[in-house]
Design a protein around this ligand. Structure first.
Ligand SMILES: C[S@@+](CC[C@H](N)C(=O)[O-])C[C@H]1O[C@@H](n2cnc3c(N)ncnc32)[C@H](O)[C@@H]1O
Length: 344
C-alpha cells in the first residue's frame, strides 16, 4: 500500500512538514505540484500568498478537488489533468520548485472500479488515468516470459516464474479477473511468513507496468530539470525501492563534478548539475508514523539545479533494463491492430 493510506481512512500528506521546511526559503513564486491528488501539498504551499501552484494529476477524478481550489485561490492555482511526463509543455517563468509525491492516494484505493486494492471484484483494471491499456489486457494477452519479466523486475517477486506459468494455465480455462489472480497467487504463496499480503508484490508490479511508472518517473525528473532555472528545486517523495533507486541515481550521479574535457586535470565545482540537499533520504518521524503507519516506506530526496545543458545519457542507459520491460506493452498495440485488420 502507498504511504498516504491510513488505517483510519483519512488522508495525510506524507512528510509535509519536512517538505515545507526545505522549500519555504524559496517561497514567492511558482511551484509545480506534479501529483496533486487530494491537494495536501498544494494547499499548504498556497497558504503563503506569494506562492502560485501549477498542479498536474493523471486521474480525472482529482479535477473535482482542483475546481474547489480554483474557487478558493483564483489565479494563484492552475490545474491540468495530465501525466507529469508532459511537464515540459508547461510554459511558465519563475518556477521555484517541482514536487513529486509518487504513487496513489486513499481515494484511489477506495475506488473499487480502479482495481488497486486486493478486495476489488470483477475485471482487473489498475489504470490511474490517461492509460492505453488496463491490467485486464496485460494479464490476458501477454505471454509467459513477458509476465515473468514484469513480476520479476517491477515486483521483485521471488515466485515470478511459477506465478507467470499458472496465469497462462488458468487463461486456457477462463479470462482472468481480480479474484482469479488473487487465488492464483495464493496457490503459489501458501506459506507466507511475512506480514505483507501475498499479492502485494504482484499488484505493485502490474500497477507499475500498466501505468508506465518507470518511464513516467524518468521523463518527469528530466522534464523538471529542463523547465527549472538554475537555483530551482526538485523534491521527490517515493514509496518503493525501485523508485528510490532511480531518484537517488539521478541526483547523486549528476551532482558529481564533470570536467568539460577529460584532458583537464582540475575539477571545477561549477561543472555539476545538482547540489543534493540531503545526502540521506528524509523519512517520516516517529510521531508521523504513529498517526499514519502506512507512511513507513516514504523517502524524500531533494536537490537544487546548479547548471544547464545536461543530456542525461547515463541516466537513460542505467535504467534501460526497466524501461525495456515497459516497452513490452507495444505487443498489446500489435495484437490490437492485428485484431482490427481481421475485423475490417
Ligand atoms: C500520493 S498521491 C499525491 C497526494 C498529494 N501529495 C496530496 O497531498 O494530496 C499521488 C497522486 O499522483 C497521481 N499520479 C501518479 N502518477 C502520475 C503521473 N505520472 N502523472 C501525473 N499524476 C500522477 C495519482 O493519480 C495520485 O493522485
Amino acid at each position: 500500500m502507498n504511504a498516504t493510506i491510513n488505517l483510519e481512512k483519512k488522508h495525510f500528506p506524507v512528510l509535509l512538514n519536512e517538505l515545507v521546511k526545505i522549500i519555504s526559503p524559496l517561497y514567492g513564486g511558482t511551484f509545480i505540484d506534479c501529483t496533486f491528488g487530494q491537494g495536501g501539498y498544494s494547499n499548504k504551499i498556497l497558504e503563503n500568498k506569494s506562492n502560485k501552484i501549477i498542479a498536474l494529476d493523471r486521474d480525472k477524478d482529482t479535477e473535482k478537488i482542483a475546481k474547489k481550489f480554483k474557487k478558493k485561490y483564483g489565479k494563484r492555482f492552475i490545474f491540468h489533468n495530465s501525466k507529469f511526463s508532459n511537464i515540459k509543455l508547461i510554459k511558465s517563468r519563475d518556477i521555484k520548485g517541482v514536487i513529486f509525491d509518487l504513487g496513489y492516494s486513499l481515494n484511489q484505493i477506495k475506488d473499487t472500479k480502479k482495481g488497486l486494492s486486493f478486495n476489488s471484484q470483477g475485471k482487473l483494471n489498475m489504470k490511474l488515468g490517461l492509460n492505453d491499456f488496463s491490467c485486464h489486457e496485460v494479464i490476458n494477452n501477454l505471454d509467459q516470459k513477458d509476465l515473468f519479466l514484469i513480476l520479476k523486475f517491477f515486483g521483485e517477486e521471488k515466485q515470478a516464474k511459477i506465478i507467470a506459468r499458472r496465469i497462462i494455465n488458468f487463461r486456457k480455462k477462463k479470462i482472468i479477473e481480480t479474484p482469479d489472480l488473487i487465488s492464483i497467487i495464493n496457490s503459489v504463496k501458501k506459506f507466507n511468513k511475512k506480514k505483507i499480503n501475498n499479492s502485494t508484490q504482484v499488484f505493485q508490479a502490474l500497477r507499475i507496468f500498466v501505468n508506465n511508472e518507470i518511464s513516467e518517473l524518468i521523463k518527469g525528473l528530466i522534464g523538471a530539470y529542463n523547465i527549472l532555472p538554475i537555483g530551482g528545486l526538485i523534491a521527490v517523495v517515493s514509496f518503493h525501492s525501485i523508485e528510490d533507486k532511480i531518484i537517488k541515481y539521478f541526483f547523486n550521479y549528476y551532482s558529481k563534478i564533470f570536467n568539460n574535457s577529460r584532458y583537464l586535470p582540475e575539477k571545477d565545482e561549477n561543472n555539476k548539475y545538482f547540489n543534493v540537499i540531503n545526502k540521506k533520504p528524509i523519512v517520516p518521524s516517529v510521531s508521523e508514523l504513529k498517526v499514519n503507519p502506512s507512511s513507513r516506506s516514504a523517502k524524500l530526496r531533494c536537490a537544487i539545479k546548479t547548471r544547464n545543458g545536461c543530456d542525461f545519457v547515463e541516466f537513460y542507459d542505467k535504467f534501460k533494463y526497466l524501461t525495456s520491460v515497459e516497452e513490452l506493452k507495444l505487443k498489446l498495440w500489435k495484437n490490437l491492430s492485428q485484431y482490427l485488420q481481421f475485423c475490417l
